[in-house]
Design a protein around this ligand. Structure first.
Ligand code: IPD
Ligand code: CA
Ligand code: CA
Length: 262
């Protein structure tokens, strides 16, 4: 990697760390409903987004952006596209539950180049450059190779898509009988990173948007895991929503939640 790209990534890391202070010092939240009473945004989601886009635009002139709270969605196949979730886990953030994150993915010509997911409450920085080890606070991480029966399974409720509630809980019922226990943590990006570092064996959610998984997908890949949809196909970055299952291929097969029909 060139010295200038190395410098840009290190500046990006600093930008994410400094921007996260907005999340830690938040007070007097103004909460607005988006598509339903389950789908919320605060002034801090927007502030984090604005700060990141302004700083990244200086670091990588001409970059395109796909960011959750911005109406305009950039070209995901551009030379440089940043896919941003300013706060992943807004509902946790609103209820002071911790477990929320800033997620920033850098794609070049539609291919993942760098991904960072930072949990400011836990001070955990997950990151990966394409072709290199995934790291948690600078140390290499790997997916677990434990069987499903000895693993925790994470899931998301696809809360903004009530038509997927029955499917979600059918899949959950199926996998609960085979695993050690289940958890609903509330941040898809962190869920995938928790699989990447071996804390959980599997994570699934019936639908996600690109900003939920774009950075964590690279972190998972470089830690030895796979991100597939509920039909078993590899998840590739797209502006369309997709189902996701994260884990190593053995545990994904063992879970029995992949169906060629879905
Ligand atoms: C949500 C969280 C949640 C997941 C939802 C996501 P947001 O993102 O990741 O865990 O279940 O599907 O949309 O809205 O907090 O950025
Ligand atoms: Ca999100
Ligand atoms: Ca968000």
């Amino acid at each position: 990697m060139s010295e200038s790209l190395f410098f840009t990534i290190s500046s990006l890391r600093h930008t994410i760390l400094s921007t996260s202070k907005i999340i830690l010092s938040a007070a007097d939240l103004q909460i607005t409903e988006k598509t339903s009473a389950k789908d919320l945004v605060t002034q801090y989601d927007r502030q984090v987004q604005e700060r990141l886009i302004a700083a990244i635009s200086e670091l990588v002139p001409g970059a395109e952006f796909v960011s959750e709270e911005s109406a305009e969605k950039g070209n995901i196949k551009a030379d440089d596209t940043f896919i941003i979730d300013p706060i992943d886990g807004t509902t946790n953030f609103i209820h002071q539950m911790g477990n929320c994150a800033i997620s920033v993915a850098w794609y070049k010509h539609g291919e993942p180049f760098y991904g960072a997911v930072y949990d400011p409450n836990a001070d955990e920085f997950f990151e990966a450059k394409a072709g290199e080890d995934a790291l948690l606070n600078g140390k290499p991480i790997h997916v677990s190779d434990a069987p499903l029966g000895n693993s925790i399974v994470l899931f998301g409720t696809a809360p903004y898509n009530p038509e997927l509630t029955d499917l979600t809980f059918e899949l959950l019922r199926k996998v609960f009988g085979k695993c050690q226990d289940i958890r609903r943590m509330g941040s898809a990006a962190l869920d995938i990173c928790h699989v990447a570092c071996g804390r959980a064996g599997l994570y699934f959610e019936a639908t996600l948007s690109p900003w939920d998984y774009a950075a964590a997908a690279l972190i998972l890949k470089e830690s030895g895991g796979s991100l597939v949809n509920l039909s078993g196909q590899e998840v590739r970055l797209s502006l369309e929503k997709t189902s996701v299952v994260a884990g190593n291929m053995n545990i994904i097969a063992e879970s029995g939640i992949i169906s060629k029909q879905k």
